[in-house]
Ligand binder design. Sequence first.
Ligand SMILES: [Mn+2]
Length: 221
Amino acid sequence: MSCNLGGRFVGVGQVGHFGEQAGGPFFDTAPSRDYLALLLQDKYGPVGLIHVDAHPDLQDEVLGSKICHGTPFKRAYDEGLLDCSRVIQIGLNGTGYSSDDCDLGRSLGFRVVKAQECWYKSLEPLMAEVRQQMGEGPVYLSFDIDAIDPSFCPGTGSPEVGGLTTIQALELIRGCRGLNLVGCDLVEVSPPYDVAAMTAVTGAHLLFEMLCVLPGTQRQD
Ligand SMILES: [Mn+2]
């Protein structure tokens, strides 16, 4: 395991076959995701992806930059890191760079589930479908905290109202049990925007929940 505690990027971990990381907003997010994904590609080849986020992060460039927080999955696609038939984006919501934001993923063969499609529902049925879609192959879970409604998680750089609840976030992560998870991240927690550490505490819980659904983890109901 290696850690970088020097900046907003609070940690990169690679434990055995598994990588888990937490990243702050903006420039540190995309490279950290890309770096770990490249490590995983060397080991596993193209991976399935469960991407929970209010934003598609599929722009080719943002403000002239190819590497920033709006571009990581376009770069991953371009690098051949993704098994596109096993990619789902969940929680897209609110403002975007363009009116076709939701179509970016669809055009690449991804399944896209907007936040509004999740309102008032348990996400357990959706996760049953996701487990079918992912099958036995390697899966990477990327969770942007801004998929969660800012009433729960205000501490993020691009908040979008009408997002998921924390209960739905737990359903999403717990619904990954049984998948061949080979890596995950939690990104875009921004302490300067946080209120009474609400977002940081939720983020810590979500990272713990991710550890609890790793392959081989013992479970007590
Ligand atoms: Mn986002």
